[in-house]
Design a protein around this ligand. Structure first.
Ligand code: GUN
Length: 289
């Protein structure tokens, strides 16, 4: 019988730990961590993510600020706002929710964020530190995945790990973390141009699915006993839900789960862990002041 990796539960545990640290900072008269989020436009998924991030801050006792812009905002105005946050001593960390409208360069925006305030861990300086194993802000979703694996006591040393997807925010960084000393996995990254992708995925002891293609991973691609981490969160219309949509992962959960030793659900798997990673990075930033 497979075990569910309960990201919601682990995230709650970590949030309790962080809340304890915030209470201690308050008792000692130190600065309360403050996270800001910039949201451009009204992409439905981004609205939900950012609302949840703000809620998490309240739960652990952080200050939070949400800054909204319409989708017509110019790149220059957004870069000016980033510069303002870089220089605001009350803001410890901030994020710019992605994706951004097509007329704004995401790379330019990420590079404009002061690496010391880069709560998402997306800045090239922080990515570079991660690659060579220096302490820094780890990208939120990869860090959340690694923390889930650790807290469930899942062995990674010498295991075949296949990462599906090579995005800058999930696939590529998680592949680096898993191959580092301490995690010691043998990592293969597969993507849209990979030939015979099923033949590679079937050899995996651990599958990280991060391609954003609903139910891409099917039962016949998964080895018996595999650990499956599903990072996908595609919104699909569903008239039966209150919001009118549901989140669908990259894994066909119903058929794949019975073959697994461990599997993450969607929602309630990786998503809540991504959010606590942001809190962790902001707490580290606040303590550095
Ligand atoms: N869009 C999807 N995931 C993320 C994330 O972790 N951070 C930001 N800023 N945008 C995202």
């Amino acid at each position: 019988m497979y075990k569910i990796i309960d990201g919601k539960k682990v995230a709650s545990e970590i949030k309790r730990e962080i809340a304890g640290e915030v209470a201690k900072l308050k008792r000692e008269g130190k600065k309360i961590p403050h996270l800001a989020a910039i949201l451009v436009g009204n992409n439905g998924s981004s609205e939900t993510y950012v609302a949840n991030k703000v809620k998490d801050c309240e739960e652990v006792g952080f200050k939070s600020t949400l800054i909204r812009f319409g989708s017509e905002i110019t790149e220059t105005v957004l870069l000016e706002k980033i510069e303002e946050l870089n220089n605001d001593p009350d803001i410890d960390g901030f994020i710019v929710q992605l994706p951004l409208p097509a007329h704004i360069s995401e790379n330019k925006v990420i590079e404009a964020i002061d690496p010391r305030k880069d709560a998402d861990g997306f800045h090239p300086v922080n990515i570079g530190k991660m690659v060579i194993g220096l302490p820094g802000y780890l990208p939120a979703t990869p860090y959340g995945i690694v923390e889930l694996i650790r807290r469930y006591g899942i062995k990674t040393s010498g295991k075949n790990c296949v990462v599906i997807g090579r995005s800058n925010i999930v696939g590529r960084p998680v592949s680096i973390l898993l191959s580092q000393k301490g995690m010691d996995a043998t990592v293969t990254v597969v993507h849209s141009r990979t030939k015979n992708i099923e033949d590679i995925i079937i050899c995996a002891d651990i599958i990280i699915a991060a391609i954003g293609s609903p139910a891409f991973v099917k039962e016949d691609m998964v080895k018996n006993g595999a650990v499956v981490i599903d990072v996908g969160t595609t919104r699909v219309p569903d008239p039966r839900t209150k919001s009118g949509f549901k989140l669908v992962g990259d894994v066909d959960f119903e058929s794949v789960a019975p073959k697994c030793s461990y599997i993450t659900p969607v929602p309630g798997g990786v998503g809540p862990m991504t959010r606590v990673s942001l809190l962790r990075n902001t707490l580290i930033a606040a303590k550095k002041d």
